[in-house]
Design a binder for this molecule. Structure first.
Ligand code: ADP
Ligand code: MG
Length: 990
């Protein structure tokens, strides 16, 4: 009763939106009736008429009713036509329903339209896509896989092309030229990762404007948006290549000892749990012994949470309750000591909920008996302040000791991190559940939602290498990141983002907070008559599966099709074996190919069909009922476990009862399911667990559904805060990427890339003047001034003397210097080929950015890894990370500027110009370089400093080396960067 009221209230703002849309729907339908009497030409002419009106100032909002009516009328005119979709002939039979018009309006307003499965979201998207594409900008639709992108673009393409719009589709194997053409269309379909990778290639890798393929990030509709923005968003898109220098990986070295440690702990936990069992089964055990037993059991739980005998003991509700109690007690401050003591008897402890693993003192001693401190991080702040106070040391000695401590910190930190990753790999990651080892010896992640393998994806932070070490397979070479972005940040770039899915409501807060997207629930076209039965709870997984098989048998006999959802591939296989034993024909969905998968799912509604699929498999395909199936109750959906997130369960239920069809859904649960074990130990559930249940006893009550849902909510919230936290880290890099890509694009698109170069030079000069002491009271420091003059003359053929600017204020001095450089550059230009020079200038900037940005990405990754360790010092790691990242970024910009300054006069579009330049440079360096008599500062300052002289000598040799680096790295078949128009291999690359 109360729940019903809440539901009514929470739906209020959706109803408001729908009510607001009603009059517009009437207007659209009235217009559409009018259009029915138009000639075909007259209807088609609407598209250009709208475009002209937009050019004359009309807004898209004003045009909405007419545009939607035009699309709907075009759909009507297509009815009965045969259309080709993915090599199949289909007959077009769709005209937009009213609720679809409302969905279209929600999308146009940049909202998420929650529309149940089978409501025709594919068709809904045509309305806002047509309207927004009238603006001339590229409108995009994101699907969950390549197959659906192809299917939907071809299917809906008939409607778009009828109205004179162009539509394209991005597929994985397409060439850049094909991609550019597809993005050039009015409307483009594709997957999130194709779009994201194209963005990264365009902005992080393209060295010419013509290499860029995307033209816009304007309006984008994401289909199955929850799957893409919530489930997929956890792994960032990364473009990487082999690293030039391979670092030594700590995992193979540490593995043997960790393996021994894990075995040792397993033995210890087995012994403990055996002792516990003996005590618990003894009828006359004293209260003291029993209490002691539960403390031991607690140790087993933190030492080996997946211990088989522990799991078995937990089937007795009474014992389970006792253990929960001990666990709860141990979290209280009062028991801190005792908790610590129990944990210290183990070698390491595992926090299953937080997915953490940590060595104990005992574990450290086991690993390094002679030096247990080998795995303790040095306390740098204390150490440093002690050093500062130690007056017996010279400053040099202090520095040296600090350096040693810092190096030790790095080395120890890396080992601690690697050990903790190995412990996680051993204790929490199970082969064939979280990952599989492929026949060619690779560790492939299993997508927890679809059960599909994700080849090529790797867990971050060294976890993947740890699992590889555990499995004894080859550890993949470390790679260097060229470009990376998270899916979240990619989609935040769009001017207008919208989405559709059957299940968004439970994640509404997340969509709002992270993407500023509001969810509206659109009513179904026909009332949904699906019957959701109460969850049934069993004691063990075994009894649960047996009950499921019985249920399937019964339905199968009656001819009712059954779709069974599982949470893992392993569970699918167990069920499939059991069904085979009962001689029930069935299909198991573990297809590697989306098209095949779609095919199997589509057949799941046939009479008597039994289909087993992991929960998310087959998204985007619609299950139509076979003949006579409605009479036997429609499709029956069985869930074999509640998922961590309610959304995934709703998605599974939603697979039946589409468009007013009959159907029902039911979930089977056992007390051994992860969700129950970890999160449902409070409320009515706990009371049930107390009550002794027999093996095959089943329990069902609406109250139970509620408390399972509240356990799910807990997990959802936890996962959301993890994602939000990750995003906060990611935001830092995202801002940096925006700045870098903006400069890079400026260099690529600016008609005068020379300006970008001179901006950089100007800034660098200003910085150097400032650090030389310009603008300060006493004026520049003589030695620094000398260094500056030396630096200038090495890199720029300007023949400057300190006297030329030393008395000037900073700004004036900068003007003089930059003016000289500008003059020299103009002279250089006269010897160069104009067009080739433009290309070279762009390349200078891009090359400098790419070199240092990629290095920066690696450093930021390392920073991210080490920041967790630093948080030992009570500081918020995020704040630490931000301030370090800020410093790194400053260094990055410095490095980029310096590389540009040093290479601008050391590269040329042809060899003669280059030789000239080199001679000029050498002359100017020799003439004015520090360490030569002429360089001595006029105002009687100290003689030329030794370090500067060394630097100068080193640098003077550089041109020879630099020449190689400054010639663009081009493919042998690419056009030569000198602009000759010949292939590189036939020109400068010969
Ligand atoms: P969703 O993505 O919402 O689950 P789909 O776009 O896959 O749904 O469409 C489901 C089915 O409904 C498709 O077979 C489609 O042809 C049909 N359909 C959609 N809209 C209409 C309509 N207005 N009239 C008739 N059939 C429709
Ligand atoms: Mg769909």
């Amino acid at each position: 009763m109360f729940g019903f009221l809440l539901k009514k209230l929470s739906g209020r703002h959706y109803r408001k939106f729908v009510a607001k849309c009603r009059p517009v729907v009437d207007r659209i339908n009235a217009l559409e009736t009018e259009y029915q009497s138009l000639s075909e030409e007259a209807l088609k002419a609407k598209t250009n008429e709208f475009r002209e009106r937009i050019a004359a100032g009309a807004t898209l909002d004003e045009l909405l009713p007419e545009a939607f009516a035009t699309v709907k009328n075009a759909a009507r005119r297509l009815c009965g036509r045969s259309v080709m979709v993915c090599e199949h002939d289909l007959v077009w039979n769709m005209v937009h329903f009213d609720v679809q018009l409302i969905g279209g309006m929600a999308l146009h307003e940049g909202k998420i339209a929650e529309m149940a499965t089978g409501e025709g979201k594919t068709l809904v998207a045509t309305l806002p896509l047509y309207l927004n594409a009238l603006s001339g900008r590229n409108c995009q639709l994101v699907t969950v896989n390549d197959y659906l992108a192809r299917r939907d673009s071809q299917w809906m393409g008939h409607l778009y092309t009828y109205l004179g719009l162009t539509v394209g589709c991005i597929q994985n194997q397409m060439s850049p030229a094909q991609r550019r053409e597809a993005y050039g269309c009015n409307i483009t379909y594709g997957t999130a990762s194709e779009f994201g990778f194209d963005y990264l290639r365009d902005n992080g890798m393209a060295t010419r404007k013509d290499d860029q393929v995307q033209r816009d990030h304007y309006f984008c509709i994401v289909d199955e948006i929850d799957s893409i923005l919530v489930d997929e968003a956890r792994t960032p898109l990364i473009i990487s290549g082999p690293m030039a220098i391979q670092r030594e990986q700590p995992y193979p070295r540490l593995k043997p000892s960790i393996q021994r440690l894990v075995d040792e702990q397993a033995r210890q936990c087995n012994r403990l749990v055996g002792e516990v069992k003996a005590v618990l089964e003894k009828a006359d055990a004293s209260a003291e012994d029993r209490a002691d037993a539960f403390h031991k059991l607690y140790q087993v739980k933190v030492g080996a949470p997946k211990n088989k005998l522990l799991m078995r003991l937990m089937e007795t509700p009474e014992w389970r309750k006792q253990l929960d109690k001990v666990e709860l007690e141990m979290t209280s401050d009062f028991n801190k000591e005792a908790n610590f003591r129990l944990k210290e008897e183990l070698f390491y402890i595992i926090d299953e909920r937080q997915h953490q693993a940590d060595l104990t003192e005992k574990g450290r001693t086991f690993l390094k008996p002679e030096d247990p401190d080998a795995f303790v991080l040095p306390d740098l702040p204390t150490l440093f302040s002690d050093l500062e106070r130690d007056h017996a040391l010279t400053p040099e000695e202090k520095e040296a000791r600090k350096r040693t401590a810092r190096e030790r910190f790095e080395v120890v930190g890396e080992d601690i991190h690697a050990i903790s990753q190995l412990l996680r790999a051993y204790s929490l990651y199970e082969r064939d559940v979280q990952y599989v080892v492929t026949p060619d010896g690779k560790v492939a992640i299993v997508d927890e939602n679809t059960g599909r393998l994700m080849p090529g994806r790797r867990w971050s932070d060294g976890l993947h290498a740890a699992v590889e070490a555990k499995e004894g397979v080859q550890i993949e070479r470390e790679t260097r990141t060229y470009a990376t972005i998270t899916i979240q940040n990619y989609f935040r770039m769009y001017t207008k983002l919208a989405g559709m899915t059957g299940t968004a409501e439970t994640e509404a807060t997340e969509f709002h907070e992270i993407y500023k997207l509001d969810v509206v629930v659109i009513p179904t076209n026909k009332p949904c008559i699906r019957h959701d039965e109460n969850d049934v709870i069993y004691k063990t997984r075994r009894s649960k599966f047996q009950a499921v098989i019985k249920e399937i048998e019964a339905a199968h006999k009656a001819g009712q099709p059954v779709l069974v959802g599982t949470v893992s591939v392993e569970a699918s296989e167990v069920l499939s074996r059991m069904l085979r034993r009962s001689n029930i024909t069935h299909a198991v969905l573990n297809a590697k190919f989306h098209e095949q998968e779609a095919d199997i799912v589509a057949r799941a509604g046939q009479r008597g069909a039994v289909t087993i699929a992991t929960n998310m498999a087959g998204r985007g395909t619609d299950i139509k009922l076979g003949e006579g199936v409605a009479d036997v109750g429609g499709l029956f959906v069985i869930g074999t476990e509640r998922h961590e997130s309610r959304r995934i369960d709703r998605q599974l239920r939603g697979r039946c009862s589409r468009q007013g069809d009959p159907g029902k859904s039911k979930f089977y649960i056992s007390l051994e399911d992860d969700l129950m074990r970890l999160f449902a130990s409070a409320g009515p559930l706990a009371r049930i667990m107390e009550k002794s249940m027999t093996e095959d006893e089943e329990l069902a009550h609406p109250l139970l559904n509620r408390s399972i849902e509240s356990a799910q909510k807990k997990v959802e919230q936890q996962n959301f805060s993890i994602r939000k936290r990750l995003l906060q880290y990611d935001d830092v890099l995202n801002k940096q990427r925006e700045i870098i890509y903006a400069i890079r694009n400026d260099a690529l698109h600016n008609d005068e890339p020379r300006k970008v170069i001179f901006d950089m030079i100007g800034e660098e000069i200003a910085n150097r003047l400032e650090s030389a002491g310009f603008g300060e009271k006493g004026g520049p420091v003589p030695q620094a001034l000398e260094g500056l003059v030396g630096w200038l003359n090495i890199h720029f053929p300007v023949g400057l003397h300190a006297a030329d600017f030393e008395k000037l204020p900073a700004e004036e001095a900068a003007k003089v210097i930059v003016g000289k450089i500008d003059e020299a550059y103009t002279m250089k230009e006269s010897a160069e080929n104009r067009d080739a020079l433009l290309h070279l200038e762009r390349y200078l900037v891009i090359n400098a950015i790419d070199n240092h940005w990629q290095e920066h990405l690696t450093e930021m990754e390392d920073l991210r890894k080490s920041i967790g360790l630093r948080s030992y010092g009570q500081k918020d790691p995020l704040i630490e990370y931000k301030s370090e990242a800020f410093r790194y970024f400053g260094e990055l910009m410095d490095n980029i500027r310096v590389q540009i300054c040093t290479s601008v006069f050391r590269s040329a579009t042809n060899l003669i110009a280059l030789e000239n330049m080199k001679n000029m440079l050498a002359r100017s360096a020799r003439l004015e370089g520090p360490g030569t008599p002429q360089a001595a500062a006029p105002s009687g300052s100290a003689p030329a400093g030794e370090p500067a002289a060394v630097e100068a000598k080193k640098e003077i040799k550089l041109p020879v080396i630099q020449v190689k680096r400054d010639v663009p790295k081009v493919g042998r078949n690419d056009p030569c960067p000198c602009g000759s128009g010949k292939k590189y291999k036939n020109c400068h690359g010969a």
